[in-house]
Design a protein around this ligand. Structure first.
Ligand SMILES: Cc1ncc(COP(=O)(O)O)c(C=O)c1O
Length: 450
């Protein structure tokens, strides 16, 4: 079997896949933050263009990908599906391990799959610039790249601790024309209020979202763009899983285990949702979403309505949540430090279609080092969670002798995260559990809706 299963550009999927109509029950709607009634398209129009709002609420299984966007996707797509045979040999497992290599995009992760789509649809709607938040900087660099392609401005509120931990991501954003600020800033009301309470806060994605949403809502030429969580983001990312299905078909295999790390849920959703549909249709398949034990949204957070941001300005979404004012420990997987989980992924967990798991940072870094020493590529700290789960599955196969086919999403490279690897080698990294008392405290501020 070839090491890399490569599709031709003409095999690029021409439609995105939408899981919403296939779920066993209706997806609970977003609620207006003030009235707590289901939010309609007009409630979202202050910060999103109508074409993306339609995708957010889309009842159809398939959404066509515009020709102009397919041309942009062809810069890095289709991405390779790679057999990790050197990792298999190292582990001594009879399992076949594959990874879908999303690090080959210009910014180095899966994030531009939705960034270019969001920039395109905003451009078509006449919007001039976008604001956003970023954790580790992968999303901010992806949106800077995308807005540059479509001639839009871009302002990024970057979580303060990551701004200083990952200085070169900031350079990358500036390279593509994005403006970057350490959040919370004193440029927005939300930022000023947070700083007044806690001037030394390390920041969080929830805070940065509040700032970006405020700027978009108060400027008519400006919209907000979210890199994860929302239905239309999962929709755009489905191109990952659709390509993977074609790639497995071309070698006559079907995966038994599908794995992705999950921060807001988008790369996991992208790989997994086409396979979730296979599972709904009756195929026996294990689908695992992996989060950090330090931010255990899916494994310890309840499934209930909460805000997407710290200031409580976004619509309420029904999702697994640790509470919107939760501030996670400064683990290096900055992109996994979000208090909520995509409503679609949360619904998949509720319907027993998706199995959530939590892994500690040290075991994940060990897995990344093993991967880099066998397969060569350096994973992002976020990606290491998926690798760890894949290794655990493969070692289980070693015990049982099962020859399972395992696929995980290689969501991004770690070339800008080398200080995290240095900290790991120098013994400076620690595992964090998120204690129950803290979860209970953070959940106290979650609104009582049901
Ligand atoms: C490389 C990488 N993987 C995974 C994630 C997690 O995000 P999501 O759960 O939306 O895929 C991020 C987020 O920044 C990331 O940069």
């Amino acid at each position: 079997m070839a090491k890399k299963i490569i599709l031709n550009e003409k095999d690029l999927p021409t439609k995105w896949f939408n899981l919403i109509p296939h779920l066993p029950g209706p997806l609970p709607p977003p609620l207006h933050p003030g009235t707590r009634q289901p939010a309609g398209p007009d409630d979202l129009a202050a910060i999103f263009p109508m074409n993306l709002i339609e995708q957010e609420m889309c009842p159809d299984s398939w959404v066509p990908i515009p020709e102009e966007l397919l041309k942009v996707y062809s810069i890095w797509r289709p991405t390779p599906l790679v057999r990790a045979d050197r990792l298999e040999q190292f582990l001594g497992t009879p399992a076949k391990i594959f990874y879908k290599n999303e690090m080959v995009s210009p910014p180095g992760s899966h994030k531009p799959n939705t960034a270019v789509a969001q920039a395109y649809f905003n451009k078509v709607a006449g919007v001039k610039r976008l604001t956003t938040e970023t954790g580790a900087g992968q999303w901010g660099s992806a949106l800077s790249f995308a807005t540059h392609i479509f001639g839009l401005g871009c302002r990024v509120y970057m979580v303060k601790c990551s701004f200083y931990q990952k200085p070169y991501r900031k350079s990358l954003m500036r390279l593509w024309g994005g403006e970057v600020f350490p959040s919370p800033t004193d440029m927005t009301n939300a930022g000023r209020q947070i700083l007044a309470k806690d001037p030394d806060t390390p920041g969080s994605l929830g805070m940065a979202i509040s700032e970006a949403v405020e700027e978009a809502a108060t400027n008519s030429d400006c919209n907000y763009s979210l890199g994860s969580v929302l239905n239309h983001v999962c929709l755009h990312q489905s191109i990952i899983g659709l390509e993977t299905q074609k790639q497995f078909e071309s070698i006559g295999l079907k995966p038994d285990v599908v794995i992705g790390c999950a921060g807001g849920g988008s790369n996991f959703a992208g790989l997994a949702f086409p396979f979730v549909k296979e599972k709904i249709d009756g195929r026996d398949i294990k689908i695992i979403a992996v989060e950090p034990a330090a931010c255990p949204t899916m494994t310890k957070g309840p499934y209930r309505y909460d805000f997407g941001d710290t200031a409580g300005t976004t619509p309420l979404m029904k999702m697994h949540t640790l509470g919107h004012d939760f501030v996670p420990a400064g683990i290096h997987a900055g992109g996994l430090r979000y208090h909520g989980m995509a409503p679609l992924v949360s619904a998949g967990i509720k319907h027993n279609l998706i199995e959530p798991q939590a892994k500690h940072q040290l075991e994940c870094f060990e897995a990344s080092v093993t991967f880099a020493r066998t397969e060569g590529f350096v994973p992002a700290p976020e990606t290491s969670h998926a690798i760890r789960a894949a290794i655990v599955e493969a070692l289980e196969c070693k015990k049982t002798g099962q020859e399972k086919v395992i696929v995980f999403n290689f969501s991004g490279h770690g070339h800008f995260d080398m200080s995290a690897y240095d900290d790991f080698f120098d013994g400076k990294l620690h595992d964090y559990d998120y204690p129950k008392e803290k979860i209970d405290a953070a959940l106290a501020s979650v609104p009582q809706v049901e």
